[in-house]
Design a protein around this ligand. Structure first.
Ligand code: UFG
Length: 340
């Protein structure tokens, strides 16, 4: 089946394209390359043997987007990743985030409606739950007031999709990710932060390889066993596989309602220090880190209740924290080597 993957040269997008192609889907990527590069399509081809078609344009451009859908009205389903995703930046530049993340979604839904394309998988986030009242977090946990404009764009996007479903033949699955880390086993694709990484694991690998002097651990006075914040880290390949299952579920009319939501996490929480310990164990390296103040907007702890996803999607995250860290490290080493 022909699947449009927006943001398909990005971190989660590229891993998902690999899994889609591996399962026999034909993929078209649309990406504006604002946070990625066209070479990723070649890397994907090295892994799968098939170079995905790549169209480079900005989905906030309504005319370009509508023209694309007219030309490609045989698309069976859309997986929509393309979005800005830096929480801190979204606080500084809220309008940029609302403009980019919401306009592109609206243009895509319009293009789908106009051309009879009915299936979309939306890249959502566990950030919609804020600091949940109960752990683990299931899909029925209440949506909290968003902690950042970024988080708000995910909440509003889900609302936009639901409202569109009410007046059209659209079907949608929102996948709420916990913390994706790690890289493909070939070390040909992985996370490629531009500039100083915001997220924990890219910062760890860049510190270990000597690009950064030390990792700042944001706070050790949280009410957790070792005082550092806890997250549910999930291997990006496990996450990617869930997208293929979600798309197939839609295409095979297996959805229970027109709008479904699934948590994608492992069900296990690790503290920042536990992630560092695992990294040191699997790499044999000593990581230079310092405890500093808490980062504004961080929640104390969150991990998923993946039971519903496990049961309904027949999917389970398989890779543990050590494998995630090791794959991230192999990717960092391979990437730095490739730049020499
Ligand atoms: N952390 C550090 N030092 C760093 C970076 C992070 O100690 O240099 C800590 C954070 O304080 C947090 C944990 O590591 O406790 C994970 O932080 P990340 O920035 O890797 O991830 P977040 O949980 O903050 O955010 C991620 C995604 C968001 C998504 C969110 C949902 O980046 O896109 O999960 O919870 F919205």
């Amino acid at each position: 089946m022909k699947i449009l993957v927006t943001g398909g040269t990005g971190y989660i997008g590229s891993h998902t394209v690999v899994e889609l192609q591996t399962k026999g889907h034909e993929v078209i990527i649309v990406d504006n390359l604002s946070n990625s590069s066209a070479e990723i399509a070649d890397k994907i081809a090295l892994i799968t043997g098939v170079k995905p078609r790549l169209e480079i344009f900005d989905l906030t451009d309504g005319n370009r987007t509508s023209d694309f859908f007219e030309r490609n009205n045989d698309i069976a389903g859309v997986i929509h990743f393309a979005a800005f995703k830096a929480v801190g930046e979204s606080v500084q530049k809220p309008l940029l985030y609302y403009q980019n993340n919401l306009t592109s979604l609206i243009n895509i839904l319009q293009g789908m409606n106009d051309n009879g394309i009915q299936n979309i998988v939306f890249s959502s986030s566990c950030t919609v739950y804020g600091q949940p009242d109960e752990l683990p977090v299931s899909e029925s946990a209440p949506i909290k007031i968003a902690e950042s404009p970024y988080g708000n764009t995910k909440q509003i996007s889900e609302e936009i999709i639901k409202d569109t479903i009410n007046t059209s033949d659209l079907h949608a699955i929102a996948l709420r990710y916990f913390n994706p880390i790690g890289a493909h086993e070939t070390a040909l694709i992985g996370e490629l932060p531009i500039g100083v990484p915001n997220n924990l694991v890219p910062f760890i690998t860049q510190t270990a390889i000597g690009i950064r002097d030390y990792l700042s651990v944001f706070g050790d006075t949280y009410p957790t066993p070792d005082g550092t914040a806890i997250r549910d880290y999930i291997h990006v390949v496990d996450l990617a596989k869930a997208h293929v299952i979600a798309v197939d579920r839609m295409l095979n009319d297996k959805m229970k309602t027109d709008f479904e939501v699934f948590n994608l996490g492992t069900g296990f929480g690790y503290s920042v220090l536990e992630v560092i310990n695992s990294f040191e164990k699997v790499t044999g390296l000593k990581l230079n880190y310092k405890i500093v103040d808490r980062r504004e907007g961080d929640i104390t702890q969150v991990w998923a209740d993946p039971e519903y996803s496990n049961k309904e999607l027949g999917w389970k995250a398989e890779k543990g924290i050590d494998e995630m860290n090791l794959s991230a490290w192999k990717w960092e080493m391979a990437y730095q080597e490739s730049k020499k």
